[in-house]
Write a protein that binds this ligand. Sequence first.
Ligand code: SF4
Length: 181
Amino acid sequence: MRVLLHACCAPCMTYPYRKLAEKHEVDAFWYNPNIQPYREYLRRLYAIRKYAKNEGINLIENLEYPLEEWLLIASKLSMKSNVLRCRYCYATRLKKTAHYAKENGYDAYTTTLLLAPYQKHELIREIGENIARMMHIKFLYIDFRDHFDEAERMAKEAGIYRQGYCGCVFSEADRYWRNAP
Ligand code: SF4
């Protein structure tokens, strides 16, 4: 199958790409306007470009960065619940990926978000499958979580930047402010 892999960052792309490429023709897709602030966004973008180049991965980049819109919606949702905020975040990224996949003749799409145990795994699956139904494309669901440590090892070996928080300013605050020692 031709598969479009939404890639949230280089470290999370390592194992899922390798696994998928054993059976499929895979391209990676970057669309992550949830990463803030912008210098952090660039740092992760440069890391994934470098990794893709070194590994011979075709990386398709959507560099749209609708900061005001994203923050406006996400902050309203965040005041109600983190789950609603993350639902919005996952849905925007997966919709863009599915749309590109559909427009460009891929058989299926999936996401590296299915790797990290700290992500809301079942929610990602639900959103991915709902979008797939709406857009008449397959969502290739694979639970990569058991291979998170392997992905970390691969990222360390590749010497790529590994971030300390999920992406948005809210997750940065949770990591370095609210849960600070
Ligand atoms: S915590 Fe992560 S998944 Fe949730 S809204 Fe922030 S960047 Fe998106």
